[in-house]
Design a protein around this ligand. Sequence first.
Ligand SMILES: C[S@@+](CC[C@H](N)C(=O)[O-])C[C@H]1O[C@@H](n2cnc3c(N)ncnc32)[C@H](O)[C@@H]1O
Length: 226
Amino acid sequence: MMEAQQHIRSFVRNRGRLTNRQQYGIDSLFSIYGLSIDEKLDHSLAFENNNPVIMEIGFGMGHALMHQAKKYPEKNFIGVEVYEPGVGSLLADLEEQCIENVRVFWGDAYKVLNECVTENSINIVQVFFPDPWPKNRHKKRRLLRPEVINMVYRALKSGGELQFATDWKDYAEQALMLMEKQSGFENKFGKGKYSERNPDRPLTKFEKRGHSLGHEVFDLRFEVFK
Ligand SMILES: C[S@@+](CC[C@H](N)C(=O)[O-])C[C@H]1O[C@@H](n2cnc3c(N)ncnc32)[C@H](O)[C@@H]1O
């Protein structure tokens, strides 16, 4: 198992100011919806069922998770995020809207994938609008890199899927290239092709910002064969 401390972080630890609502989420609701990053995840304990599991890495404020959890009550959702205001906000949303099929890891996805997630246990892994790290000297920080793709592969069930979206063209090209090099994954939309817009992805702040910068948005969907 890789040491979580040794890898290059794909995020800057930015605690941000918490609103009262977010603070309430962290203080009072993490014990209900939160998952420990120091333990192996047991899905049937976490959800009390064996429904399919979708994991979103870097959920931001949790809008895509909330949207999907309501649309698919028969599926389980796991969010992974380091940003405390985002975690607090999602936790408050879950309580206010009585959502029961979402659980949350508050920590680095690298550690979660490497240490908490069981092999062949996840149906879909989603990475929507990861931090783009556009400067050349920062590109090594990008979340989607070969070692993370390997961890995602290990986590996914056969027939499972990695879904990715970005408005940064060179990140999309890099992701496409890396994914197509990775054995065990197959582009659902044909070699070298981006997918149509993922219907499960609501319009979030980051996509809107991409539009306002004149960026095109690129979706990727790769299926796992084991
Ligand atoms: C640009 S935001 C996009 C948020 C959301 N997916 C959306 O589309 O609105 C990227 C998010 O990924 C989170 N993030 C980056 N690296 C992460 C990691 N290694 N583990 C967990 N979260 C991470 C950041 O904290 C940030 O909230």
